[in-house]
Design a protein around this ligand. Structure first.
Ligand code: SF4
Length: 393
């Protein structure tokens, strides 16, 4: 049985997230948080392909391309202006020129009034507003996102650039990098095979075909413990990495053994090397998660409250109207029904996305049907149709 490592991790984080993406076929909504890893991974590709002389230049190129793709080439200049202004303000905090009243350093300068005031006096307030207005109209910021200091889009750009500069000195030289986003397989010896991707595949110093597999992490944590990184499922799977058996996927890249796995945490620049990993931990988790997937166990993380869902890309789908409570998740029969209707819903979504008049007519029809069927069995299908219409909105 083949399982994608990404699916395993998504299901472990929230079975409903996995359901949206893999079972209901709802494309993962793009969020500002998802721009960071994409920018860094694409930047690494540009850099190692030789299109840029440094990672920072490569990541900047990625953002330029995005701005052009969004039809706003001038946005790239505004992002750079915001990043430069923010760096100057943060520098005041990190060098101790702005301190707490007791002389200590602020742990999170961005949350202070001082930071807001300095943003304002540096003339960045209008820029913040226009950047985030743009992000909101392009669906990158959820409508319920609360007021925050600074710009969410500007911070994503500035963080990307800062990460690229912080991590660049420790990156492997282009001459020893064999591949990026390299597919691999990990045979778990229990009938299961994990399909994963290495962020970087690097030639090890020994001459026996050994490689170093890099796993890149972008969780916005202020620090990472080596013990936790060593238990990361991606790290354990990477230690078992074998070349992909599919010719098209392996792209001719082969290796004999994994010398060690390097876990790189981009936000802090911390990196840990692991030569020994706990395969038993991976086996136990993979087997349990696979059982959950096979038996359609979908318990939404939302049951623990809204805060647990704040960073989730599908938040709007679960917490908007009609909400996750009405989804047919906990009953295997209803889940089967949902899956059987997946293609029909996807077709409906395509049709209404291309035809605003049809979408309007459908909304009116659903409202009439809702009134007529109120409380009757089968009326729940209307909630699903409404969700399709809302996705298009
Ligand atoms: S919003 Fe919450 S319940 Fe819904 S998919 Fe995301 S984490 Fe799961």
């Amino acid at each position: 049985m083949d399982i994608r490592l990404d699916d395993l991790r998504t299901y472990a984080r929230c079975p409903l997230e996995w359901f949206w993406e893999r079972r209901a076929g709802v494309p993962r909504p793009r969020t500002i948080a998802s721009l960071l890893p994409t920018a860094i991974r694409t930047g690494l590709e540009f850099y190692y392909q030789g299109h840029a002389d440094s990672l920072a230049t490569a990541v900047n190129l990625v953002w330029h391309d995005w701005c052009e793709g969004w039809g706003e080439p001038a946005l790239a200049r505004e992002l750079a202006q915001y990043a430069a202004g923010r760096a100057k303000i943060l520098d005041l905090f990190s060098t101790g020129r702005v301190q707490r009243p007791d002389g200590g350093r602020y742990a999170v300068p961005e949350m202070t009034n001082e930071y807001r005031m300095r943003m304002h006096s540096a003339g960045l307030t209008n820029l913040v507003r226009s950047l985030d207005e743009f992000a909101r109209t392009h669906g990158l910021i959820a409508p319920d996102e609360s007021n925050r200091p600074g710009s969410a889009l500007g911070d994503a750009f500035a963080d990307c650039m800062a990460m690229a500069e912080r991590n660049a000195p420790d990156l492997p030289a282009p001459a020893v990098v064999l591949g990026w986003v390299t597919p691999f397989e990990a045979d778990l010896d229990n009938g299961m095979r994990l399909i994963g991707q290495a962020d970087l595949m690097v030639r090890a110093e020994s001459e026996d075909g050994a490689v170093i597999v890099e796993v890149h992490d972008f969780e916005p944590a202020p620090w990472v413990r080596a013990g936790l990184a060593g238990r990361d499922l991606r790290v354990i799977a990477a230690a078992l990495a074998q070349p992909s058996s599919s010719q098209s996927e392996s792209a001719g890249l082969s290796w004999q053994r994994v010398d060690h796995v390097k876990f790189r945490h981009w936000p802090t620049g911390q990196a840990f090397a692991f030569r020994e990993t706990n395969t038993g931990h991976l086996l136990a988790l993979a087997a349990a998660i696979a059982r959950g997937m096979q038996h359609h166990v979908v318990i939404p993380r939302a049951v623990t409250g809204y805060e647990s869902c704040r960073a989730c890309a599908y938040r709007e789908h679960c917490w908007g109207q009609p909400g996750w409570e009405v989804l047919p998740l906990l009953d295997a029969g209803l889940l089967g029904w949902a899956e059987a209707h997946r293609d029909a819903f996807q077709r409906l979504r395509q049709d209404v996305a291309n035809d605003a008049a049809l979408a309007t007519q459908m909304r009116a029809s659903v409202a009439v049907l809702e009134q007529a069927l109120e409380g009757l069995p089968g009326s729940s299908i209307l909630a699903s149709v409404l969700q399709v219409l809302e996705m298009v909105d």
